[in-house]
Write a protein that binds this ligand. Structure first.
Ligand SMILES: C[S@@+](CC[C@H](N)C(=O)[O-])C[C@H]1O[C@@H](n2cnc3c(N)ncnc32)[C@H](O)[C@@H]1O
Length: 344
């Protein structure tokens, strides 16, 4: 059957999209095996020399070099390779590193495969599905940090009064579902009077959080501990409880009751700061580039036993437990901070 011009365009467009995803999965193989940093250290090297430097199998590294050359991450000079500009952007310490996009692409493919299977029987296996993606899992903390930390410090902190207050007064901050601890480190760097406790259920995150805090000399003020958000103790009344992209992980087991428990851990006048992707009230918004990723994320959350929340739902639950919430929107309305105060 012959295609008309419009169908050819569509095929070309989808072929380009498929190559985009191939490009990112090729990068992922290099990232998780340290091949970009190995070549960066060597400057110019054969595939075999890279394999020795990275302590990886030469047969795989040779095939990878061809693929990385094809997608423009490597330049070739005879049998020797060097990093291109795009290859250098796949270094974890590059200023605008592209590593999170490669990790997210592989994670998306894994979750899509699980969702495809589970759509038949309706099972929702839970959080451990992300842990099944073994090579990506150690990169989750890094992925969140490089995607959100600069935005938080440069745009959110100056615009949301509770963070200005933290900057001025310090205090005790608890971060529930803290990931690799980047948020507490960011606040502790800004203010010497900040002390923090981070709690997370994924042990790799806690190992990384402790390591980063120690490396930055913040371990005297920041503690990190493995624990369950459904059952934790703090031991003292705190100034601020933060949850960044973590509230939707506990919401389906009773959001209002959870917020009521948070309230008991606050000193009078203390606050809870919730940062969540904001599920739009209007479906048509999902088509916009600023919101489209939320639609896939919500499918992924369904597999994990969660769903994305809209800010109004969180606001109503805070009001119901006697707190005073205020909403701040960012990134074209795709993300919200809900800051709720306990009356003094
Ligand atoms: C989307 S990540 C966000 C991590 C971090 N707040 C950040 O912004 O980088 C959600 C985090 O919540 C943690 N989490 C989810 N459910 C949890 C539970 N029941 N107990 C403890 N941690 C949990 C996960 O391990 C994960 O690190």
């Amino acid at each position: 059957m012959a295609f008309d011009a419009g169908e050819q365009d569509l095929k070309q467009q989808f072929r380009a999209m498929a190559q985009g995803s191939q490009s990112l999965v090729v990068a992922f193989v290099g990232i998780t095996n340290g091949l970009f940093p190995a070549l960066d250290r060597l400057g110019k090297a054969s595939a075999d020399a890279m394999a020795i430097e990275a302590r990886r199998d030469a047969g795989y590294v040779r095939r990878w070099c061809d693929a990385a050359y094809a997608f423009g991450y490597l330049e070739a000079d005879g049998e020797k390779f060097r990093l291109s500009g795009t290859g250098a952007a796949m270094l974890p310490d590059a200023p605008e590193t592209l590593v999170p996009m490669a990790v997210q692409t592989v994670l998306n493919a894994h979750v899509a495969e699980r969702a495809a299977e589970l759509t038949a029987n309706g099972e929702r296996p839970g959080e451990h599905v992300l842990g099944e993606c073994r090579m990506a899992a150690p990169w989750y903390g890094f992925m969140f940090e490089t995607t959100h930390a600069a935005f938080f410090e440069q745009e959110v902190c100056p615009a949301v009064p509770i963070f200005r207050e933290v900057d001025e007064k310090g205090g005790m901050i608890v971060d529930l579902g803290c990931g690799n601890g980047w948020y507490l480190r960011a606040l502790a760097r800004r203010c010497h009077a900040v002390h923090g406790l981070g709690l997370d259920g994924f042990d790799e995150n806690i190992v990384q959080a402790k390591r980063h805090a120690e490396a930055e000399g913040l371990d005297g003020r920041l503690r990190f501990t493995l624990g369950d958000l459904h059952d934790f103790a703090i031991g003292a009344e705190v100034d601020l409880i933060a949850m960044n992209r973590a509230l939707h992980h506990v919401w389906e087991k009773g959001g209002e009751a959870f917020l009521a428990r948070l309230r008991t851990h606050l000193r009078p006048g203390g606050a809870v700061a919730i940062w969540e992707p904001d599920w739009p009230a209007e479906r048509s918004l999902l088509r916009s580039p600023s919101h489209r990723h939320l639609a896939f994320q919500n499918l992924s959350e369904h597999v994990q036993g969660n769903h994305l929340l809209c800010a109004e739902e969180i606001v109503a639950a805070f009001r119901a437990v006697g707190m005073r919430p205020e909403v701040f929107r960012f990134r074209g309305g795709a993300e919200s901070f809900v800051v709720a105060r306990k009356p003094a």
